[in-house]
Design a protein around this ligand. Structure first.
Ligand SMILES: *Cc1c(COP(=O)(O)O)cnc(C)c1O
Length: 244
């Protein structure tokens, strides 16, 4: 990372710094895919854009970062309005309060953080399909390490949640999302990601589904996630810089 001796005025972007970060993240993704012997287009980069300015996001959107992940509903609705001129796919990746599910279902293309059956049911009941948006893509957020403080379904809750969704053809459950506890070495990071991949395979077999998405990997563990089959990485700090 680069250290700056002076801070540029905040109306102007430090575009050299942004370009370095974008190049570095893209090459980390490509290097990991090559090492894993996976095709170059198998991972989607999602900019985890909470707290970042619309100017910053526009800069990235102009350079092909067309997927943004947001955590806070009001903040993201404001950004969606200001960035309406860009062709951006919006992902909701934050904690979901049940009184917000109707708006989340309508305003996002993907919802990654479906962490309890009640939220799955509400999204399914409230999503209003249109010709352009016949289905809502969702992911089940898993908590495989049993961390009390963290949201997410345990492995044992996956099948019953998929059964609820089976009654709602307007919901396309595409797979799983994970936010594992931080680990300082790659083999420890890989353990939980590999568990998620195995659960995706076994859940597909048991439920007769073809879920195809693993949203896993952030700034500090994207390589480990890609080695274990991630198809979406959610990168904040290493892409945009520290959150303001
Ligand atoms: C903020 C956030 C990220 C990105 O984290 P970084 O470590 O800054 O890359 C990824 N996923 C979720 C759900 C987040 O809230």
């Amino acid at each position: 990372m680069h250290s700056r001796t002076s801070t540029p005025p905040n109306t102007e972007l430090n575009s050299e710094g942004l370009k370095n970060r974008l190049d570095t993240v893209q090459s980390r993704i490509q290097t990991a895919l090559q090492k894993a012997d996976r095709p170059a287009d198998e991972v989607t980069l999602i900019g985890a854009s909470k707290k970042q300015s619309v100017e910053t996001l526009a800069w990235f959107a102009e350079r092909g970062v067309a997927n943004l992940g947001e955590n806070y509903l009001q903040e993201s609705l404001d950004k969606q309005r200001e960035l309406a001129g860009f062709d951006i796919t919006w992902h909701f990746i934050g904690a979901i309060q049940s009184n917000k599910t109707a708006q989340i279902a309508q305003q996002f293309d993907w919802v990654h953080s479906v962490d309890r059956p009640k939220i799955a049911r509400r999204l399914a009941e409230q999503f209003e399909a249109t010709a352009e948006r016949p289905k809502l893509n969702i992911l089940l957020q898993l908590n495989l390490e049993g961390e009390q403080s963290k949201a997410g379904l345990a492995a044992d809750d996956i099948m019953s949640t998929l059964e609820i969704l089976a009654d709602h053809p307007n919901i396309n459950c595409r797979g799983f999302m994970l936010i594992p506890a931080p680990q300082d070495n790659e083999s420890a990071q890989r353990r939980v990601f590999s568990q998620a991949r195995e659960l995706l395979e076994s859940s597909n077999a048991a439920a007769g589904l073809r879920m195809d998405t693993l949203s896993m990997g952030m700034s500090n563990d994207l390589e480990a996630a890609i080695y274990e089959g991630s198809t979406m990485v959610r990168i904040g700090t290493d892409l945009f810089g520290p959150r303001p």
